[in-house]
Design a protein around this ligand. Structure first.
Ligand code: FAD
Length: 358
């Protein structure tokens, strides 16, 4: 079998790269071993225009949010999945300092931050001692539905090989790569964590970052927004076979050092206690998830072809922002492959040319 490009991995990165390649009419084969504990399967799917406790403007938010809205709407039209909508984050300030920080930022970011007038309404559902603020628009992606829908489309079009890719069986040839019976001009790794150990990439400043989440069933909390008080509560209706707007995702942690990859008892008990102090409606825990984010030390992704092995490429390192970065940088990489367009210098693999020299 001969294709232009082999793509390895169908998380957010592989989904978006393959989407843009398909749009360009470029031939490819995607190889993915489905893993329910991959970052994209566990993520809550939020695109937040402000970041962290300091409420800093998210990198490129003014470009990435409108781009994401258009791109997810377009992929949704092809897959028949309504996979994005605009939402709001109801921020219950956990401390007086957080309330002050929000009020200080408000005049500088009126496009994303707002006061909440009707705080009384929320006292019937939530315990909070300081005020409330709103962050909007936040975008919410139905990630699990999108990944499954795209997988189905690739299967229908015979573009997906469902197996574990083994780098030891890949051969670089004079004019491309050979993998089993597949010959291609290039191969692009979108396989998250597992690319970190490949000899081509193991010198890159990756920084794996673990996150856990509980899935809850809550009867009396409106599923029309995201709630935040230290942890986030995110509507997660596409868990299981049928849409259910009583399911919420509660998390997360951001651990750079961890000894256990999977769910931990400590996380469960601490989040359960936080929720009991915060939520007035009762809730039931229905699942506990954990995954490791493929992140980078300098918090910028790794995009492009290897400076010394130009048949091998990478789309990785999306960290906590895969939902907004993967569509944008997936498009840049597809344009680079198809039309030799340049990749944004802050994200391009070329910045590691010296480090990656064999
Ligand atoms: C708890 C948690 C919450 C998060 N919440 C958000 C959020 O709200 N918003 C946001 O923007 N981001 C969020 N993220 C981050 C986001 O999930 C990641 O940035 C993104 O999913 C990374 O996507 P990826 O495609 O690079 O990697 P992955 O999702 O890890 O995908 C890699 C794919 O490659 C496959 N694969 C791996 N090895 C092989 C192999 N050898 N052969 C074949 N296939 C292979 C895997 O099965 C998988 O399908 C969250 C992450 C976590 C852990």
């Amino acid at each position: 079998m001969q294709v232009n490009t082999i793509v390895v991995g169908q998380g957010l990165c592989g989904t978006w790269l393959s989407y843009w390649l398909r749009q360009a009419g470029h031939s490819f084969l995607l190889i993915d071993e489905y893993r329910p504990d991959s970052a994209s399967q566990v993520a809550s799917g939020v695109i937040n225009p402000v970041t962290g406790r300091s409420l800093a403007n998210t990198w490129m938010a003014e470009t990435l949010l409108p781009f994401a809205m258009e791109a997810y709407t377009a992929i949704g039209a092809i897959t028949g999945i309504n996979c994005i909508h605009s939402s709001e984050i109801l921020h219950c300030f956990p401390s007086r300092q957080m309330e002050d920080a929000f009020k200080k930022k408000l005049p500088a970011l009126p496009e994303y931050l707002a006061n909440v007038e009707d705080t009384n309404h929320w006292h019937s559902m939530l315990h909070f001692h300081y005020g409330l603020g709103a962050i909007r628009p936040a975008l919410l992606i139905n990630l699990q539905a999108l990944l499954a829908g795209w997988r189905q489309l690739l299967t229908n079009e015979h573009l997906l090989l469902t197996e574990k890719f083994n780098i030891d069986q890949m051969k670089l040839t004079a004019d491309g790569v050979q993998y089993g019976g597949i010959a291609a001009e290039r191969i692009i790794f979108c396989n998250g964590l597992s690319a970190m150990d490949y000899r081509y990439f193991d010198r890159l400043p990756f920084s794996s970052n673990k996150g856990e989440a509980l899935l809850l069933e809550i009867d009396a909390l409106p599923a029309d927004r995201i709630y935040k008080k230290g942890i986030s509560l995110v509507p997660f209706p596409y868990y299981g076979k049928q849409a259910n707007d009583r399911i919420f995702w509660a998390g997360s942690t951001y651990e750079n050092e961890f000894t256990v990859n999977g769910p931990t008892h400590g996380f469960r008990t601490s989040v359960e206690a936080t929720l009991k102090d915060w939520l007035k409606p009762s809730f039931q825990i229905i699942d506990h998830l954990a995954a490791i984010r493929p992140a980078t030390v300098e918090r910028r992704p790794f995009v492009g072809m290897h400076p010394w092995f130009p048949r091998i490429g990478l789309l990785n390192g999306m960290g906590t922002k895969g939902c907004s970065l993967a569509p944008w940088f997936g498009k840049q990489l597809a344009d680079h492959i198809v039309d030799a367009q340049p990749i944004q210098p802050e994200a391009s693999l070329d910045r590691f040319s010296r480090l990656l020299q064999p």
